[in-house]
Write a protein that binds this ligand. Sequence first.
Ligand SMILES: Cc1cc2nc3c(=O)[nH]c(=O)nc-3n(C[C@H](O)[C@H](O)[C@H](O)COP(=O)(O)OP(=O)(O)OC[C@H]3O[C@@H](n4cnc5c(N)ncnc54)[C@H](O)[C@@H]3O)c2cc1C
Length: 401
Amino acid sequence: MNSTLSNKQVAVIGGGPAGLIAAEAMAQAGLRVQVFERMPSPARKLLMAGRGGLNITHSEPLERFRARYGEAAGWLAPYLDAFPPAALIDWCTVLGQETFVGSSGRVFPKSMKASPLLRAWLNRLDSLGVRVSLRSEWRGWNSDGALVFANGNSFKAAATVLALGGASWPRLGADGGWTALLPDIEIAPLQPANCGFRIGWSEIFRRQHAGAPLKRIALQFNGESLRGEAVITSEGIEGGAIYALSARLREAIARDGEATVFIDLRPDMTLDELSEKLDGPRRGATLSNFLRKSASLPPVGIGLVQEALHSGADASRLAALVKAVPLRLTAPFTLARAISTAGGIARTELDDGLMLRRRPGVFVAGEMLDWEAPTGGYLLQACFATGLAAGRGTIGWLSAN
Ligand SMILES: Cc1cc2nc3c(=O)[nH]c(=O)nc-3n(C[C@H](O)[C@H](O)[C@H](O)COP(=O)(O)OP(=O)(O)OC[C@H]3O[C@@H](n4cnc5c(N)ncnc54)[C@H](O)[C@@H]3O)c2cc1C
């Protein structure tokens, strides 16, 4: 323990993965750490992620892993290198949560849940002396530089880590309200990431197919093709395959007003193979029976082909249509429904220790920074890596000051 740090009191605002890992690093260095969380319990989004299996990170080579962060890949690299997937996996193991690599290369705890991990983690933090104040909504600073809270309390900290999250699923705590508390800081607009998109379905299609899964499909957009799954909703489409394209789709819609993706309903068959089955005579069969029997399409697939035909697709090239049903996306779903948030505090506002240049002693981490990534464990990995970096940045700054 560093004795120069042991009498210093630091604050972490936000009890999600980024804030808690910063708290852990700082407590291990001997700092007195107080976490403030607005909700009645910490890390609600992490727990929600656990409902879907808690994909904590990914096993692919680090170079490919880093590239998943797109435009932010360059500046995030040192933080990911300092706390790569292997380190996160070790950290889980020490907390009693062994992991495994799924068939897609994604990494999950064997329990497939977040609750055992969080329980063990909170116990460790408690034994390190980390104190957690719940129902404590941070509202900014007073004229003495103390942190102020909605419950009327204030707190003077030698340094502060802000880890307030993005703005998706606001009922879990992170609602993006922090943007108003940092008026002097450049913040890229918060936008939906890993989100669904609106489509103007016909009334009949919506009635018959809202909620239907699209399994084993491929999606094509602007030369990129990927396999996966999606779900029809009453307003459009969502699900893993769509999320993976969502950053590019969102940008295309912002630029052009709409974007067209193409669904391959039979990616396991070539166009020639399908043409043999579909481009011959129908022998009196209705279109839906013909598509069901000859191409083994499920009702939702048949519905999609019919939607496209009603919008003017060429009925004489049925096989080509089944291989590339066009879907016109008109807008992303709202940020509240997205899995994660794009935008946030601009990199130019930060020094290498993730301290706000305009607010010495205030560090930032996690989803409130301006980066985005697809699902696959990349979101949590970057939250842990930047949280740890902010914690270490705080330790370095306090040691030097
Ligand atoms: C349904 C769902 C499933 C997901 N699944 C995965 C997955 O499998 N793998 C993956 O990598 N990622 C997943 N994610 C994303 C991942 O959970 C988030 O990226 C991650 O939790 C963000 O961590 P964070 O610490 O930056 O923010 P958060 O986890 O959002 O934590 C921020 C905390 O700050 C608190 N807070 C906000 N404002 C204030 C304030 N003013 N005062 C005090 N406290 C405040 C909030 O209440 C919250 O607890 C999923 C997200 C969702 C919604």
